[in-house]
Design a protein around this ligand. Structure first.
Ligand code: PEP
Length: 249
């Protein structure tokens, strides 16, 4: 049985006070006996406050990105070891905004994936096609390329300590969600690609769906056999909405 994971990606939003309020509201609103693992990924500068507030509790902390290098002259960057010091357990790698706005390619994403694991963090590897790629019928090829780039570099064993997130780029922040069947199709493809290399690991790895997940569509998405929770952007900034998504998982 895979425990569902609901992860909130706060992106570059909020103030220091607002972030603290959001953490408190999530902590207070989380229902006892909830099934899902719950994770928040605030901006780097809010991690220290969040780590203090979340210490010993049921909500886990993650980061939105990390540097592929261990340390050195990399102005503006943050290493995996630094994130670990602030109690981060997870880190998002290869988010489509990093790929499209900051030019991160598969090779760099693979290096970040391995840097995360080296630091003791669990990477949440994002893959997904653009609208043009979907319209051209290239979704399977794009997702296969993105996933296999990491598999070929890090090896299948690394996926015993990783999460995959399928995030169709056309559904991120657009209010347009993939239909549950469309998402399931890609999730099954991802699990199948892992299965070819290791059945046990493919059965255990959690594959999240991301792309305009809301309380109103979470139940249907999470009911799909290969969807193991969500990576939630916009809706994770509203505690009530985020908690309702957690309850759906
Ligand atoms: C995301 O950025 O990972 C995401 C899924 O965003 P949204 O939920 O806002 O589409």
């Amino acid at each position: 049985m895979r425990q569902p994971l609901v992860a909130g990606n706060w992106k570059m939003n909020g103030t220091r006070d607002g972030a603290q309020r959001l953490v408190q509201d999530i902590l207070q609103g989380l229902k006892a006996g909830h099934k899902a693992e719950v994770l928040v990924c605030p901006p780097f500068v809010h991690l220290a406050d969040a780590a203090r507030a979340l210490k010993g509790g049921e909500v886990l902390l993650g980061a939105q990105d990390l540097c592929a290098e261990d340390n050195g002259a990399y102005t503006g960057e943050v290493s995996g070891a630094m994130l670990k010091e602030f109690d981060c357990r997870y880190v998002i790698v290869g988010h489509s905004e990093r790929r499209s706005l900051y030019g991160e390619g598969d090779a760099q994403v693979a290096r970040k994936f391995m840097a995360a694991q080296k630091a003791g963090l669990t990477p949440i590897l994002c893959v997904g096609e653009t609208l043009a790629e979907r319209d051209a019928g290239e979704t399977p090829q794009v997702v296969t390329r993105q996933l296999e780039a990491i598999l070929d570099t890090a090896g299948i064993a690394a996926f015993a300590r990783a999460v995959v997130a399928y995030e169709p780029v056309w559904a991120i922040g657009t209010g347009r969600t993939a239909k549950s069947g469309q998402a399931q199709e890609v999730h099954a493809l991802i699990r199948g690609l892992l299965k070819v290399r290791d059945v046990k690991i493919s059965d255990a790895v959690r594959i999240l769906y991301g792309g305009s997940v809301k309380a109103s569509n979470a139940v249907e998405l999470f009911a799909m056999p290969d969807i193991d929770g969500g990576l939630v952007g916009g809706a994770s900034l509203d505690a009530r909405e985020f908690l309702a998504i957690c309850a759906a998982a």
